[in-house]
Design a protein around this ligand. Structure first.
Ligand SMILES: *Cc1c(COP(=O)(O)O)cnc(C)c1O
Length: 340
């Protein structure tokens, strides 16, 4: 089978993160994050956002999201998110579990995006004591549909969240792709959305594993280290989780990889649509969703191509990881063409 387009996570490590791991693999260093690699990685993330923030490193995105949301909510609160949000569809109830019962309230919205009016409708629908109190808005940037919120859209959500008394969480598993797509700095994106806590993706950006939880609302970070430890998310040999951040964030490697991933998705979408395939969402990051008939899907699978169908609102999803080549894209386009 060919897994080139099945997920961001079918790709290996980018050279910069591998190199950093090798460099970190020398000598005896303090454990549990008290090493200089972890210090450097935290500083690199602060420099990336150009503002004060508290940074924590966890093993994966489910942990980052669910622990971040737990730090924003009490058990009797609720989180408003899109109905296709990863926290709802792909985390096995971890946000509810780690927050001891915080409820997710699902908002519909075109192209995988939340609309401020729908957020407000959910907040105002019930305000009585018998219903969990809405406390946090969770925005995914880039979205699960491969679209990207503009700065103006984020600012509208920020204003609505503020007027409704909601804190803001951002699921940035593909935050790098959003930066590349918008050609905006990380700081401007989180500022536009008024992000209190960001789950910043490392894995899909080209690392072997690991995500960062970044608190711009510094007060909320109090005790977060304990929350990570209790949840089994405190790495003892932390340097292996943090050195890759130092490597990736140096010299804009992360952005270069994200641009490549996005460009390959655009190439794929163009190749497919010029062969008469319907593309379901605007391709603004590194994923392409298309409608393929059942027969075509079967022939593509028989020809050895792996891809998902249950993500988004259906259709076949092709994701371009950081190292997607133009040649691989062209081979997939040809395979789809000849499957009709
Ligand atoms: C991949 C992804 C995550 C992280 O998933 P894990 O498998 O837990 O690392 C989180 N949010 C979104 C939108 C994702 O696509």
């Amino acid at each position: 089978m060919r897994y080139d387009f099945a997920s961001d996570n079918t790709a290996g490590m980018c050279p910069e993160s591998l190199q950093a791991i090798l460099e970190a693999d020398t000598g005896h260093l303090p454990s549990y994050g008290n090493d200089h690699w972890t210090q450097r990685a935290s500083d690199a993330i602060r420099a990336l956002f150009e503002r004060p923030c508290e940074v924590f490193f966890v093993f994966n995105g489910t942990a980052a999201n669910s622990l971040a949301l737990a730090s924003l909510c009490q058990s009797y609160h609720s989180v408003i998110c899109h109905e296709l949000a990863h926290v709802e569809t792909d985390e096995c109830g971890a946000p509810e579990f780690f927050s001891n019962g915080t409820k997710l309230l699902l908002a519909a919205g075109e192209l995988g995006k939340l609309h401020p009016d729908e957020v407000e409708r959910l907040v105002r629908k019930r305000t009585d004591i018998h219903y969990p109190k809405p406390k946090t808005l969770s925005i995914t940037q880039s979205t699960e549909c491969g679209t990207v919120y503009s700065l103006a859209e984020l600012a509208e959500l920020r204003e609505r969240a503020r007027s409704l008394g909601l804190k803001v969480h951002m699921d940035g598993a593909r935050f790098a792709n959003a930066c590349a797509s918008l050609n905006e700095s990380p700081g401007r994106i989180v500022e536009s959305a008024g992000v209190d806590v960001l789950s910043l993706g490392g894995c899909k950006m080209g690392m072997a594993l690991g995500e960062a939880v970044v608190f711009f609302n510094l007060e909320l970070a109090e005790d977060f280290a304990y929350r990570c430890k209790q949840a089994g998310q405190l790495a003892s040999k932390m340097r292996y989780l943090t050195a890759p951040w130092v490597g990736m964030l140096a010299e804009g490697h992360w952005l270069r990889h994200a641009r490549q991933a996005n460009a390959m998705a655009t190439r794929l979408a163009q190749g497919l649509s010029s062969n008469g395939v319907e593309v379901l969402y605007p391709v603004q990051s590194n994923a392409v969703f298309v409608t393929l008939g059942e027969e075509r899907i079967q022939r593509l699978r028989d020809a050895g191509w792996a891809f998902y169908q249950f993500i988004g609102t259906g259709g076949a999803r092709f994701v371009c990881p950081w190292n997607t080549s133009a040649q691989a894209v062209d081979e997939l386009v040809e395979a789809v063409r000849s499957s009709s």
